[in-house]
Design a protein around this ligand. Structure first.
Ligand code: AMP
Ligand code: MG
Length: 486
């Protein structure tokens, strides 16, 4: 491990894994690296020197132009089911620079996304453009502020390059921080293309993410159990804030339980369980309401990859895996209902809670109510605007809710405090994100991006400045669309 003027204190444990799992690659230099956004609080928590990172020398490191001797850039191999079809993938436009060991002794990957071709680029240019990198920065940091496990964004660097897409777009590199970039797809890759190295990958993952399990007799089964639990909790948290990931391919599901890959994601405005934003998701495979089911499907692919480690007897291995996988549904429901109870200010658990939640959602759907703002209206007793609140069905739902709340035996203040902590005042609404990105991409004016980041930084503040960002968009005949891999 070596430190330097930037505060990088890198280890390279992934590079000590079998060679089949990665390729060492030099980043392709860019013409004019310039820091566009730098996450100072994150830099500080990682033990990095933000001032040094903001200098020309820092921009050169974060763009991959300078490859200091203490970094060891590598592209990770992975495979994955994309929309249900198995494919070889890998970091096609990203490089792991190293693992930062923080002053508290924690380990985080620092990955640069957009650094040029790798052996896994499959004909792609390995580059990234400014709009999607700023978008990932905004949404991942918003997720962090919502207390949802996520990869984070340390910096966006402009490259000074024009990237050919449908038109020429300004190039950018995102410096991304993650507990690790090990995916379900990393295990699928090992199981299919490097079976002799599967055990080394599993041992490494256990040691890195779940060291408490290393001494267990069935540690690989325990790994499966932990990943199932982490994903059940993660997807429940997405559902509770109306987040649609958009591309839940198995390569975009982490073993750490962090949200990763912010390509086509977006948040619900109007509540509709069938909402799909991604332009390529024509069948609605990754629609809002299908996310728990898809997570379960992805975890079954993870379990399949682990089978050889679960038991030498294939039948026994399959039975063990099936037993663990069966826990996902109940675990997810528990996390989700627990979160929904908090959103409704309810304590304890009652048989009828599930129906109470579902009946509200059904009414919201019927009346095209805004997801985030309906919960805020319930929090602050604002029942004036909107057809939902004028309906008899809502009036009787509200009576049921109030009776249930009364049985919680909490003071009105305690109920409202719980609801304020559980219902964000703001989410990164699509129209606000687009509005902020436009001048940033077209003219390098980041003022709206900075303002939006400020508003999203404390979503549970419920303060005056957040009001205008809580407004849903004007009704539009054109649905909001998002795009992958741009
Ligand atoms: P994603 O849709 O971001 O999950 O990416 C799927 C796969 O495509 C990953 O292996 C990426 O590394 C790869 N990829 C996406 N964009 C590019 C690009 N411009 N050049 C090379 N590979 C890419
Ligand atoms: Mg991906």
């Amino acid at each position: 491990m070596q430190t330097n003027e930037f505060g990088f204190n890198f280890d390279h444990s992934y590079a000590r894994l079998p060679e089949s799992l990665f390729s060492q690659v030099k980043p392709a230099p860019v013409p004019r690296p310039q820091i566009v956004l730098l996450n100072r609080p994150l830099a500080q928590s990682l033990g990095l020197n933000a001032d040094a990172l903001e200098s020309a020398a820092g921009a050169a490191v974060l763009a991959g132009n300078t490859v200091p001797e203490w970094s060891l850039p590598l592209a990770q191999a992975y495979a994955g089911h994309q929309f249900g079809h198995f494919t070889m993938l890998g970091d096609g436009r990203a490089l792991l620079l190293g693992e930062q060991i923080t002053p508290c002794g924690e380990r985080f990957d620092l990955q640069l996304k957009g650094t040029g071709p790798t052996p896994y680029s499959r004909g792609g240019d390995g580059r990234a453009t400014m709009g999607p990198m700023l978008r990932e920065y905004i949404i991942s940091e918003a997720m962090q502020a919502l207390n949802i496990p996520t990869t984070r964004s340390l910096a966006v660097v402009a490259t000074g390059e024009a990237i050919p897409r449908e038109t020429f777009l300004p190039g950018a590199i995102l410096a991304r921080v993650a507990k690790s970039h090990i995916r379900v797809g990393t295990f699928q890759y090992a199981a299919v293309f490097a079976p002799a190295d599967l055990k080394a990958l599993a041992d490494y993952t256990l040691d890195r993410h779940y060291p408490q399990l290393c001494g267990e007799p069935h540690k690989y089964l325990a790994l499966l159990r932990q990943v199932i639990a982490a994903q059940a909790s993660l997807v429940a948290q997405w559902m509770l804030v109306g987040f649609v990931h958009g591309v839940m391919n198995t390569d975009n599901m982490t073993i750490s339980g962090e949200t990763i890959d912010y390509g086509p994601c977006a948040f619900l405005d109007t509540y509709d369980p069938a909402t799909v934003f991604s332009s390529i998701d024509l069948q609605g495979r990754y629609a809002y309401a299908r996310q728990p089911e898809i997570a379960g499907w992805n975890l079954a692919r993870f379990a399949e990859a682990l089978l050889p480690l679960l038991s030498p007897d294939p039948e026994e291995a399959a039975d063990l895996a099936a037993e663990e996988l069966a826990r996902f549904g109940p675990l997810y429901t528990e996390c989700y209902l627990d979160g929904m109870r908090k959103k409704l200010g309810l304590s304890g658990a009652e048989e009828g809670d599930r129906a109470l939640v579902q009946d509200l959602l059904d009414l919201m759907h019927r009346h095209k109510a805004d997801f985030t703002n309906t919960f805020l209206d319930l929090t602050f007793h604002r029942f004036e605007a909107g057809s939902l609140y004028q309906s008899d069905a809502f009036a009787s739902w509200k009576t049921r809710w109030q009776e249930r709340a009364a049985r919680s035996q909490q003071s009105p203040q305690a109920v409202q405090d719980l609801m304020k902590r559980s219902n964000p005042a703001v989410i990164p609404r699509n129209h606000r994100v687009e509005e902020a990105l436009r001048p940033a991409v077209q003219g390098g004016d980041n003022s709206l991006v900075e303002k939006l980041l400020g508003v999203l930084a404390d979503p549970f503040a419920h303060c005056e400045e957040q009001q205008e960002y809580a407004e849903p968009p004007e009704p539009s005949s054109v649905p909001y669309r998002t795009f992958c891999g741009t």
